[in-house]
Design a protein around this ligand. Structure first.
Ligand code: THU
Length: 143
């Protein structure tokens, strides 16, 4: 799966966004190490606090099915009316970065932040969450 193909998956995932409060639709596509893709969208709530980001939706779907090994996540976000060229770079929030570091190696896991298949940036988790606190800090080695 190429980065562009994964971005296309995130664009599809974004169509399912439930975001009647922010009107900011986000889609994520999570590539597992064995080549599967889990899609996620943001799911908002009238009480605001229970809202879930697209990235965590994708991660929790995969983790709840027993998957623990992840390669890359692509994220696409923008206002519901945004044309492809008007999309934002929707960087994962701090909570999502923390969920990622629970399951993904900072130096290996790739995070693609895309406006569309032509405009995107690729980071490692460690670049967007330097000096993170993860399982190893509590003596937990999951491998
Ligand atoms: N959101 C995501 O789903 N992922 C991000 O990377 C940034 C923010 C959602 C949360 C909320 O539903 C909306 O975007 C506006 O913050």
């Amino acid at each position: 799966m190429t980065d562009r193909e994964l971005i296309l998956e995130a664009i599809e995932a974004r169509k399912m966004s439930y975001s009647p409060y922010s009107h900011f639709m986000v889609g994520a596509a999570l590539l597992t190490k064995d080549g599967r893709v889990y899609r996620g969208c943001n799911i908002e709530n009238a009480a605001y606090g229970p809202s879930n980001c697209a990235e965590r939706t994708a991660l929790f779907k995969a983790i709840s099915e027993g998957i623990r090994d992840f390669d890359t996540i692509a994220v696409v976000g923008g206002d519901k009316d945004a044309k492809p060229e008007e999309m934002s770079f929707a960087y994962p929030c701090g909570v999502c970065r923390q969920v990622m570091i629970e399951f993904c190696k900072p130096e290996e896991f790739r995070v693609i932040v895309a406006k569309n298949t032509d405009e995107y940036k690729v980071y490692t988790l460690g670049e967007i969450l330097p000096m993170g606190f993860g399982p190893a800090d509590l003596g937990v080695n999951k491998k």
